[in-house]
Ligand binder design. Sequence first.
Ligand SMILES: [Zn+2]
Length: 318
Amino acid sequence: MKILLVLSLILTAALLLISYTGAADLIPNELGRVMILEYHKIDYPEERWTRTPENFRRDLETLYAKGYRLINLGDLLDRRIQVPAGTTPVVLTFDDSSPGQFRYVEANGSVQIDPKSAIGVLEAFIAEKPDFGRGGTFYVLPGASKPNRLFNQPEYEGRKLQYLVSHGYEIGNHTLWHANLAKYPEATVRAQVAEAQVWIQRHVPDYKTRSIALPHGVYPADVSWVLHGSAKGTTYNHDAVLMVAGGPAPSPFSRTFDPVRLPRIQAVERDLAYWLNYFDKNPNERFVSDGDANSVTVPAASRDRLRAELRPLRVVER
Ligand SMILES: [Zn+2]
């Protein structure tokens, strides 16, 4: 009996060691896939579209422990992935500007970020683990009715948008009030997109949203309507269109990377666990950085999967 116990302890220790070194010794593969996580409400109770602050915190801890590091969507689009060698970039996105994503509370005579709101949880975690990186894109609804209009605190709307922009986050376009874009003609679609940017600019002058997340994941009749154009006295230019599902995104260095059809993973317990486990079991499918933003390291056998325009970049095969 005692021997069995000792054996099982040794086995446990060995397994722990394997899983630890497994995470630390990932071989660079910059053609692996990248998770773009999609959060909705950060609130109580945990539901289909709600993650509790505690579970959100746990997601960050798990991602960190498994060697994932935050980048912004813009970094992915620019193929400027500056994370340490052996780690995997991950993108956080938050849709619908619900109250629990960013809340201010008055305490001790001053206004502070609610530590139970997504930004509060994220900032606290980043302060503890600065090497986790920083980033996240908030697809806000500037013209929605309560409670989804710019995080539901009218007196702090501007302060919040300015905070996001000045603290390394991004603001994304999610239309003015979550219009189902398949239902509308070109002029209405363009007005929804342009007006969202105009309303954001009331708080952050000159800010241009760089990407759009489609409400309900529904494309308009012609995707070019949400990409580039002018309406409502402003010009908009989006480099990416985000869907609401579809799994991990292809590497931005891959031929299959299509910024107009970027898939996301809904950050709910089941889907998140599924994909984290998937990449634990299939580490060769995971984007693993070589630590050098100016070179692309790919397995020799995958070289033909690289985008043609990357030829001037230093490609290091392995
Ligand atoms: Zn939405």
